[in-house]
Each structure stands twice: as structure tokens, then as C-alpha cells.
Design a protein around this ligand. Structure first.
Ligand SMILES: [Zn+2]
Ligand SMILES: [Zn+2]
Length: 699
């Protein structure tokens, strides 16, 4: 994601709209507090590592409460298999130790076996090839082991949408969560502000969780953390660099949540019973974006996080050597982000954008107003550097921008001469050619600084005819109309507007385009491939790219949330919808909104409401006519006519249903009337309003 404040929405509508409207901004970095930065000094990872290992040893002997997949009728069978594994594990502990490192040779061997036989019943075929009758029994036990010992990879969010990323790698009694993101609701999700993954499976398998690993600090990767922690006990959250204060700031809004946040660095390695986890740097639009390399007995599982390859970056270089090392040692499965899988061109270097901005700054004479993503610390640095070089003092507008810059300066991600950033009130004192205004609102968010400037409602900034507004950003799909509306107002007020385009180059993406995706595939040489982080068209395109890199189509898996990719020594298969993974909706009070409630809200908004009230006496005889109310259904004149028709029909239906029945069930009659009226209204008016029928007994 480009920005932790600016996530693309589910339905290509401006996601920010509701968020900005709401007063409760608990999810936002905008609530960063200076003193939270002290929390950045986290404990050393090594100590927690030891603790986790000990904890895991304790839990290792416990029978998992619920099995990995299908906690339904297969449960019993699975438990039985699990017992066999446990016995074998005890017997062959040493063997297992050496087996944990899957070398390339063994992967190739498995490939050879695979090529010789069809996909089905591969495990049995391996046994038949290698065993004789004498030790057949022993091998069959091994098959059980292979099957139960399988590696399970699945997503609870982030597939089919760009947002709410959450991926899980599970084996035996251990489970690793990668990222806990959020998706901002759109205007169709009436009264819903946020969408988060379904945590049911994690709640049911809480004891298996060894940690939550955060790839980077964008909202679509960290925004769901508070909600996850409210429902599930997570032994530790592992994050790095700027993600650490961002998570601390976020969680400071939830004082009741206890958490253990560990900071990892380039060289950290976390050992668990089934997994060993290390990290590799990539480039992205926020500092400290890491990929995860999870060593399993089948080889590495790589999750790239959000990445691009910038060969001349502002911050760190990508760890190309590590990626190739994993490839050499054997990557069993690559989960690679797909946001820009449809983009052909190599993504431009962040440094090039700095050069463009510098050259623009040199040419512009009046005041410069730059709008960009608050979390794009590298961009902010380049805007500040260009301003310094051109003798322009910087004034920052927009709460999220102010707070992010404050944090980034403190953590030395942004370097700015002392006294160069001025307070808003000092704006009046400086000549127009000596000022850069850095602000939020690059996506046309109605309440952001730039929108207020454009509308003339900003308290401190009134547009001047020689102002130049630079959009150092890209419209997120769905936001174009809001951005254009602002541009129209800005131009109308006489300002110059520079947008990103192939000619201006005021922005570059943080996500890998096709060639960078190819590079990732070439470095890691995965056996199996799962495209993640994207809409389905992006995921499918990414599979096509993987195929050009020699990965056969049967080894590429476009999963849906809740599908489980189960990998063993010989094969990989998809278990469809094995895990609950429906969206969870949260309203502005951060309470869950039931999906049925949401359905009703949508219906009311789209089709209106018809409510029918009957009054009956103690003997269940109708008292007067039913009272029919129509809301959001028709103009008052039309509604009056319809109301009369519906009333007559309701009266008729009630009498028919209760005829000769002295003691009918009120609830059942209500339901039947509702169904009848639904048919009646649909047939006559081609409408499907929400119909509420109440029979009220007057005592
Ligand atoms: Zn992302
Ligand atoms: Zn991102």
C-alpha cells in the first residue's frame, strides 16, 4: 500500500470518506502521541525468543484442542492420526531434527517422484516404489506422518481485495500469523467503518499461535492488530523499524489491551518447534518493509510483504543475496504480493522522484503546496530536502502528516536542519517564494488540508494566484472524481496544478511491477506459488507471470480466504473453504456489525422500508385497520396511494390467515404476512423493500 491513511477500498469507492467523517480516529496514526515514541525502545528479541521456545516446549506435549482443518466430522479421525504422529515424533526425534532442513536435493527427489506418477495418491506411490512387503507397514505409518505433518498455508484476508492482509502458516501444533490488516469500508457498507478478517479459526486455535509477524507499518498490514488482540491472545508481535512506533501509537488508544511487541532487525532469527523465521529487506513506500522467510521441514515459505525493487533507493537496498540464498536452499512456497501485477513497466526509483521535485522546485516562483501520503517518509524527506536546497521553509498541515514527520524526525528517518520546519502561524511572516506547504489530501479526502484549501475553508491558507500545487501521489482507483473536483476548484481559484504523469514524474509506486515480480520468482525459485495481496485479476495475472518463470500451472494456486493449501513431501493440494473467513464489519464504536444487520441496512437504503402494524385484542381479533408506513419508498403523493393499496392487501391477508383460528401464533402469522407482502409489492411494483410486520396484542 502506498499509504497507511489511504487504503484502496473494496468497491472502488473512496474508502477514506467515512473514515474522515467519523470523529473516532482510534485507528489512525493521526493519534500518535509524542510520548508513545518512548515505547520504541523495546526489549531485546533474544530474551523473548528463549521464552517462546520454552513456552512452545510446554505446549508441545498438549493435545491440540481443535485440529487444523475441518473441526467437524473429520475431527475424530484426525485426532487418531495425530496420536500416531506423536508416537512417531517421540521415537524419531533425532531424525526429525536433521529432517527439518529441507535441502534442494530432497525437493528435487520429490519432484522426480511427482513427475513419474499422477497427482493422486502420491504418498502411497512413493511407498510402493521404495518399499518391499517386509517393511510396508512401517512405511504406511510414515505416510500417516506425512499427511498429518503437512504444512498448511492460508489467508484470512488480502485475497480478492487490496487490504486487510492476514496470512497464516501452520504446522502441527504451531501457527504463525503474518500481518493483521484492515480494510476501510465504502459507502455501500452502511454504518460500517472498517472491515477486518474473521478471527474464528485463530480463536479456536489460540494455543497454537506462536506470534504475529508484521511485514511493515501500512494500515492494510497493521490496522487490524487491536481487534485481533481483543479476541485472541498472541504471545508476541514482531515488527521492525518504523512499524514499531506506529503499532505502539495505535495500541495506545486501547489501554485495556496487553501486548508484547518485539522489534526484529535484519539479522533476527526466531526459532520455534516447526519453524525458524528470518527476514529480508525489500523496498516499499514506507521504510522498513520486510519479507519473511519461514524455514519448515519442507523448505522455506516466503512471504514477500509489500515490495518493489529500487536499485537506487533512498533507504536500504533490498536483500537480494538473501532471496537468492533461500532459492538455493529450497523454497517450497512463495507468497508474493500482486498489487501491480498488471503493470508492465519497471517501477521508477524513489530517488528519481526526488530529482523531479528538485527541478520543479527550482522553476516555481510562488508558493509551493505539495500533497502526498503521510506515511511515505522517503517522499516527505525528498520534499523537505528540495525545499532546503531552494531556500524554502516548510510548513506542515494535516494531523497525520504532522505526527508522522514528528515521529520520523525523532527516529532519524527524516533529516531536516533545526528550525526549518515552521509552525502554521508563521506562514504569514514568510514571502511566498520562500515557503513549501506540505499537506495531506492527495486523495481528495473531503476533510483533509488540501480539500479545505481548494474549497476556501482552510483557516490558515487562502489560495493565491501564483500558488503551485504538486500532487506527489497517485489516485487510488475510485478516488479520481474527488481529486478532480479539488483540482477543478484549485484551477478555478487561479492556482497551477501539477499532477503525476509520464511527463512530470512526481510519484512512483511502492509495489513491484511485472519484471520485479519475475525477479522475485527467479531469486526464490519456489516449488509452489501463491499470489497474494490483490484483487483476483491481479492474482491471476501474477500466476501468468509465474508460469513464464517456469512454474507449472498446477503448482500455482489462486486461493480465496479460508482455502487451505496443504503441502507435504510429495504434493500440494487445496482444501476449499476449510476455515471460516467471512468479513467482520465494525461500526464507528468499533463494535461488530452482524452481516444480517448490514444486509437489512443495504436493503433499506436501496429499496426503502414498509412497516405494517396490526393491533389485536385479547381474543386475537383485529382492532381497526392495520397501520402501514412507507419510508424511502416513493414521493409523498405516490406513497399515499400505495399505502392505501398495501393496507387493503394487509387487511385481506391477515383475515385469510387467521380465519377460524382463535389461537394462532403471532410470530408465525407475522412471518407469513411478511412473505405475502413481499410477493405482492414485488409483483405490483417491482420493488423489494425491507418489510417489517408487527402484530401488537392490546391487553
Ligand atoms: Zn499492503
Ligand atoms: Zn504497504
Amino acid at each position: 500500500m502506498e499509504n497507511n491513511q489511504n487504503l484502496p477500498k473494496k468497491n472502488k469507492k473512496p474508502y477514506y470518506y467515512k473514515r474522515k467523517k467519523k470523529s473516532n480516529n482510534t485507528l489512525s496514526n493521526e493519534t500518535n502521541k509524542q510520548n508513545d515514541l518512548d515505547l520504541y525502545k523495546v526489549e531485546q528479541v533474544v530474551s523473548s525468543n528463549t521464552k517462546l521456545q520454552n513456552d512452545n516446549q510446554t505446549t508441545a506435549n498438549q493435545e491440540p484442542k481443535q485440529n487444523v482443518v475441518k473441526p467437524t466430522n473429520k475431527k475424530k479421525k484426525y485426532k487418531k492420526k495425530n496420536n500416531i504422529i506423536k508416537q512417531q515424533e517421540n521415537k524419531s526425534n533425532n531424525e526429525k531434527q536433521t529432517d527439518t532442513l529441507t535441502d534442494k536435493v530432497s525437493l528435487e527427489k520429490q519432484d522426480n517422484i511427482k513427475n513419474e506418477k499422477p497427482q493422486q495418491q502420491k504418498a502411497e506411490q512413493v511407498v510402493n516404489k521404495k518399499s518391499n512387503n517386509k517393511n510396508k507397514k512401517k512405511h504406511l505409518k510414515k505416510i500417516e506422518n506425512i499427511q498429518d505433518d503437512s504444512l498448511k498455508i492460508y489467508s484470512l484476508g488480502g485475497l480478492g481485495v487490496v487490504g486487510m492482509n492476514m496470512y497464516v502458516v501452520e504446522q502441527n501444533d504451531e501457527l504463525i500469523i503474518i500481518d493483521a490488516g484492515i480494510l476501510f469500508a465504502d459507502d455501500d457498507d452502511h454504518g460500517v467503518n472498517y472491515i477486518i478478517p474473521d478471527f474464528t479459526h485463530l480463536i479456536n486455535n489460540e494455543k497454537k499461535i506462536v506470534g504475529l509477524f508484521i511485514t511493515h507499518g501500512h494500515e492494510d498490514h497493521i490496522g487490524g492488530i487491536p481487534f485481533l488482540l481483543q479476541k485472541v491472545k498472541v504471545p508476541a508481535i514482531y515488527a521492525s523499524g518504523i512499524a514499531v512506533p506506529l503499532i505502539n501509537n495505535k495500541l495506545s488508544e486501547f489501554p485495556n489491551i496487553e501486548y508484547n511487541l518485539q522489534e526484529y532487525n535484519d539479522d533476527s532469527v526466531y526459532e520455534f518447534k516447526n519453524f525458524s523465521i528470518e527476514f529480508f529487506r525489500t523496498n516499499h513506500s514506507i521504510p522498513d518493509s520486510f519479507g519473511l522467510a519461514i524455514k519448515t521441514k519442507y523448505g522455506y515459505v516466503i512471504n514477500t510483504g509489500d515490495f518493489k525493487f529500487d536499485f537506487n533507493p533512498i533507504g536500504h537496498m533490498s536483500d537480494y543475496h538473501k532471496m537468492t540464498k533461500y532459492g538455493e536452499e529450497g523454497v517450497v512456497c512463495l507468497l508474493s504480493e500482486s498489487t501491480n501485477a498488471k503493470i508492465v513497466e519497471f517501477s521508477a526509483s524513489e530517488r528519481k522522484i526526488g530529482e523531479t521535485l528538485h527541478s520543479l522546485f527550482n522553476q516555481i516562483e510562488g508558493r509551493i503546496i505539495v500533497a502526498t501520503f503521510a506515511s511515505n517518509v522517503y517522499r516527505v524527506q525528498q520534499i523537505i530536502s528540495s525545499s532546503v536546497e531552494c531556500g524554502r521553509k516548510v510548513i506542515v498541515f494535516g494531523h497525520s502528516m504532522e505526527k508522522t514527520i514528528e515521529a520520523a524526525i525523532k527516529l532519524k528517518y527524516i533529516d531536516v536542519p533545526k528550525g526549518w520546519i515552521l509552525k502554521a502561524r508563521e506562514l504569514k511572516k514568510i514571502e511566498t517564494e520562500h515557503v513549501t506547504i506540505l499537506c495531506t489530501g492527495s486523495q481528495g479526502e473531503p476533510l483533509a488540508a488540501l480539500s479545505r484549501i481548494a474549497s476556501g475553508t482552510h483557516k490558515q491558507i487562502k489560495l493565491l494566484p501564483d500558488d503551485t500545487i504538486i500532487y506527489s501521489s497517485k489516485p487510488i482507483p475510485g478516488n479520481e472524481q474527488f481529486i478532480n473536483r479539488n483540482i477543478n476548484k484549485l484551477v478555478h481559484a487561479g492556482a497551477h496544478v501539477i499532477k503525476n504523469s509520464p511527463l512530470t514524474d512526481t510519484h512512483t509506486t511502492g509495489h513491484a511491477s511485472q519484471n520485479e515480480l519475475r525477479m522475485m520468482l527467479a531469486f526464490t525459485k519456489p516449488k509452489y506459488f501463491v499470489p497474494v495481496h490483490g484483487e483476483y485479476a491481479m492474482l491471476k495475472r501474477h500466476v501468468e507471470i509465474a508460469e513464464t518463470q517456469g512454474i507449472s500451472s498446477e503448482n500455482c494456486f489462486v486461493l480465496a480466504p479460508g482455502d487451505v493449501l496443504s503441502i507435504d513431501n510429495t504434493s500440494a493440494k487445496v482444501l476449499k473453504k476449510e476455515i471460516p473467513a467471512s468479513d467482520t464489519y465494525l461500526d464507528s464504536s468499533l463494535s461488530d456489525v452482524d452481516s444480517n444487520v448490514l444486509k437489512e441496512r443495504r436493503k433499506m437504503a436501496d429499496e426503502g422500508l414498509v412497516s405494517v402494524n396490526y393491533f389485536i385484542n385479547r381474543k386475537k381479533k383485529l382492532l381497526g385497520d392495520p397501520i402501514v408506513t412507507l419510508n424511502g419508498f416513493a414521493t409523498p403523493e405516490k406513497a399515499k396511494v400505495l399505502q392505501e393499496q398495501i393496507k387493503q392487501k394487509c387487511d385481506e391477508v391477515f383475515k385469510q390467515l387467521t380465519l377460524d383460528k382463535d389461537n394462532f401464533s403471532i410470530q408465525s402469522v407475522e412471518k407469513q404476512i411478511q412473505n405475502c407482502m413481499f410477493q405482492y409489492i414485488y409483483q405490483r411494483m417491482d420493488r423489494k423493500p425491507l418489510i417489517v410486520v408487527s402484530i401488537i396484542q392490546v391487553k
